[in-house]
Design a binder for this molecule. Structure first.
Ligand code: AMP
Length: 275
């Protein structure tokens, strides 16, 4: 992979990179489209990264369909697919991990304590393999973007991090490879995530500025759905990902939810500007 990327760079081509775990949907394809607009060559990786899953999580049963993914990527004009084996990324006696501090201690980090260590490590390895000029990530995983931005700045990776908006189903559910786990009833129940985010936007639009009030109303709405179990609902400053008590004029914030619907853990968020 590195040899290929060096050759492309020697030919003065810019490289756009879209890292994924496969089982692709329109959210992933939106990243591919952005990359194709921005870079000469688009490289997608598919790697279900074992180090970002806890032993209790769904690494083994994470959905995989390489044949379908390959077709989708070629029909969308992707130039190269990088699909390494786990044993190639983590060779025997692998010992090195990347730990971004502070920002990984809250929200997702609280409920998935080793998750971001796995993410930061694999993204570092992938950056070193692909040598991208531009790297594309979804706002769907807003905290992941914050962690990767921090890591890229701290470790001086020579790539621009470009964030793309959340792609949703027509009824509002954020697209996710994990949506396939939902039963028909759970698929309906899962709409409560985007609905409660809409409620938060409405409250803020009407002038509510206390995050405690917004979070409490969102929580009540989600709790009406029997299959739901909230991990967190919170509001952070979009610039530094710190939790805030009060929204201020001119501020930009993420409203974030992680919630189980039945056995499926879903995340969603919106960005709001207070004006
Ligand atoms: P994943 O395969 O779930 O690891 O996701 C790979 C990339 O696609 C990540 O940068 C995600 O944030 C992004 N992504 C996943 N779902 C969506 C979505 N619904 N809209 C936009 N980007 C997404």
């Amino acid at each position: 992979m590195q040899r290929l990327s060096r050759k492309l760079k020697a030919e003065n081509k810019t490289i756009g990179f879209v890292p994924t775990m496969g089982f692709l949907h329109d959210g992933h394809i939106s990243l591919v489209k952005k990359s194709k607009l921005k870079a000469d060559i688009t490289i997608v990786s598919i790697f279900v990264n074992p180090t970002q899953f806890a032993p209790t999580e769904d690494f083994e049963k994470y959905p995989r369909d390489a044949k379908r993914d390959k077709k989708l990527l070629s029909s969308n004009g992707v130039d190269y697919l990088f699909m390494p084996d786990v044993s190639e990324i983590y060779k025997l006696n692998y010992q090195t991990f990347v730990q971004v501090e502070k920002i990984t201690g809250i929200l997702e980090g609280e409920f998935r304590p080793l998750h971001f260590k796995g993410v930061a490590t694999v993204v570092s390895i992938l950056f070193n393999c692909v040598l991208p000029d531009y790297s594309f990530f979804g706002q769907k995983d807003a905290q992941q973007v914050a962690v990767i931005r921090q890591m890229t700045r701290d470790l001086k990776f020579d790539t621009d991090i470009i964030v793309c908006p959340i792609i949703r189903e027509s009824d509002g559910l954020a697209m996710s490879s994990r949506n396939i786990y939902l039963s028909d009833q759970e698929r309906i129940d899962a709409l409560v995530l985007s609905k409660s985010l809409k409620l938060a936007e409405k409250l803020i639009g009407e002038g509510e500025r206390h995050t405690r009030v917004i979070i409490s109303k969102m929580t009540s709405e989600i709790n009406l759905v029997a299959s739901s179990k909230i991990d967190y609902v919170n509001i952070v400053d979009a610039d530094n990902f710190s939790i805030v008590d009060k929204l201020i004029f001119g501020g930009k914030y993420y409203i974030l939810i992680a919630c189980r619907i039945g056995k499926t853990r879903l995340i969603d968020n919106v960005i709001v500007k207070v004006s």
